[in-house]
Design a binder for this molecule. Structure first.
Ligand SMILES: C[C@@](CO)(OP(=O)(O)O)[C@H](O)COP(=O)(O)OP(=O)(O)OC[C@H]1O[C@@H](n2ccc(N)nc2=O)[C@H](O)[C@@H]1O
Ligand SMILES: Nc1ncnc2c1ncn2[C@@H]1O[C@H](COP(=O)(O)OP(=O)(O)O)[C@@H](O)[C@H]1O
Length: 288
């Protein structure tokens, strides 16, 4: 019996711009994405024929409603494989948080089963399958620091973000990504990210410059609906984060700092304020 254990890392968006709504209903975006060391654990065990999934928390589907299951089914069908697998998903990344937890799980299952089943598909092929599962899944195959365009599936590696600490704070709300995109109104956007400036700062290893350039246009949808997000951003800055931003469609807010002790201190103070879910994570700088 073969077994494989993988980490499925969460992501944050250092920059997120929406260019226009496409004919297929998706939005054309430009994003700078960064993997962080907050991970679900996926354990894969080889078995004949069937795909089975067990999940560590209630409220998460353990069938084709789960992206991890869908990833396995898609790979099995694409490769016309007779093999199956038991997938054990230990969830740590909060759900519907803007951290791509489901996408990370799907990417880890694609990579892991490619190995376990001896399929030898290249990352290019896996990336195409990943895009069928969701716009953020291809990034999760690669991790590190990347620019994403198209609907998020077209990737270009960027110079790695100078290693730093990320405080992640999620208020007690779940936000639907499709609701946020549906309600996006370019007329409500006041600041758009300067992606070129962000790229220059990354290339120079200029963390302060990266921090100054954090912008996410989806804040214009999520923050008016959930003002507690703005409150967490303000608190992060008061407690000494270099900068703070909502990740993806929200509601998680992340703050950057170069110092681990300061990150822990910010996390403690947010906890004292009653923010229910808080994590401190390092950045992940290379493909793992
Ligand atoms: C906003 C972002 C930023 O990284 O992340 P999350 O907040 O979900 O983590 C992503 O763009 C989310 O990617 P993902 O969650 O994979 O989205 P999908 O499953 O492909 O699509 C979910 C919903 O969002 C809409 N959508 C998604 C991507 C995109 N570029 N334009 C869209 O309009 C789709 O129409 C769909 O209704
Ligand atoms: N493996 C999974 N982990 C988390 N959510 C999943 C998974 N599979 C399907 N989902 C569904 O997708 C929704 C949003 O997923 P998630 O990836 O956590 O958030 P986000 O899109 O904000 O990054 C969840 O509410 C859940 O119903």
């Amino acid at each position: 019996m073969d077994m494989l254990t993988l980490h499925a890392y969460a992501k944050i968006n250092l920059a997120l711009d929406v260019l226009y709504k496409r004919a297929d209903g998706y939005h054309e975006v430009t994003m700078v994405m960064q993997a962080v060391r907050l991970a679900d654990t996926i354990t894969l065990v080889d078995q004949p024929h069937d795909i089975e999934l067990s999940v560590s928390i209630p409220g998460l589907p353990a069938d084709s409603g789960n992206l991890a299951y869908r990833a396995a089914a898609l790979l099995k069908s694409y490769a016309a494989s007779q093999q199956g697998a038991h997938i054990r998903l230990d969830k740590r990344i909060p759900l519907a948080a803007g951290l791509a937890g489901g996408s990370a799980d799907a990417a880890a299952v694609l990579k892991g089963l490619n190995t376990l089943w001896g399929l030898n598909l290249g990352l290019d092929k896996l990336s195409k399958l990943a895009a069928q599962l969701g716009s953020d899944v291809p990034f999760c195959l690669f991790n590190g620091t990347m620019q994403a365009t198209g609907r998020g599936e077209l990737l270009e590696p960027l110079p790695p973000l100078k290693p730093c600490y990320v405080v992640l704070a999620k208020p007690a709300i779940a936000v639907s990504t499709s609701w946020v995109y549906q309600n996006f109104n370019p007329g409500k956007v006041t600041v758009r990210p300067d992606i070129r400036a962000m790229r220059t700062c990354l290339a120079q290893g200029n963390l302060a410059g990266v921090a100054q350039n954090l912008v996410n246009v989806l804040e214009s949808v999520t923050i008016p609906a959930y003002p507690e997000i703005a409150k967490i951003k303000e608190s992060m800055l008061t407690y000494g984060a270099m900068a703070a931003l909502m990740s993806g469609s929200g509601p998680t807010v992340f703050g950057l700092t170069s110092c681990q002790e300061q990150a822990q201190d910010i996390a403690c103070r947010l906890q004292a304020e009653g923010v229910p879910e808080i994590f401190v994570a390092e950045t992940v700088s290379k493909v793992e």
